[in-house]
Design a protein. Structure first.
Length: 67
């Protein structure tokens, strides 16, 4: 289970970084960007078991939502 949780956090972390670098450009775009999650289950898993990842995404203005 720990391996899967680390892989999940790493995948979400990569998406956060990619979104931050590609969609939030100072003076060019909005200050924040949205990261669409494919289901409520993914959203719930992220918020329940990866609070540091959620905090990091909010610090860099990448906000998560369910699509």
């Amino acid at each position: 289970m720990k391996v899967a949780q680390r892989a999940f956090q790493a995948a979400i972390g990569k998406h956060i970084k990619d979104i931050q670098e590609g969609y939030t450009l100072a003076g060019e775009t909005a200050d924040s960007a949205l990261m669409f999650l494919p289901s409520e289950a993914v959203y719930a898993e992220l918020h329940a078991n990866s609070p540091k990842t959620v905090e990091r995404s909010h610090r860099v203005q990448v906000l998560d939502c369910v699509f």
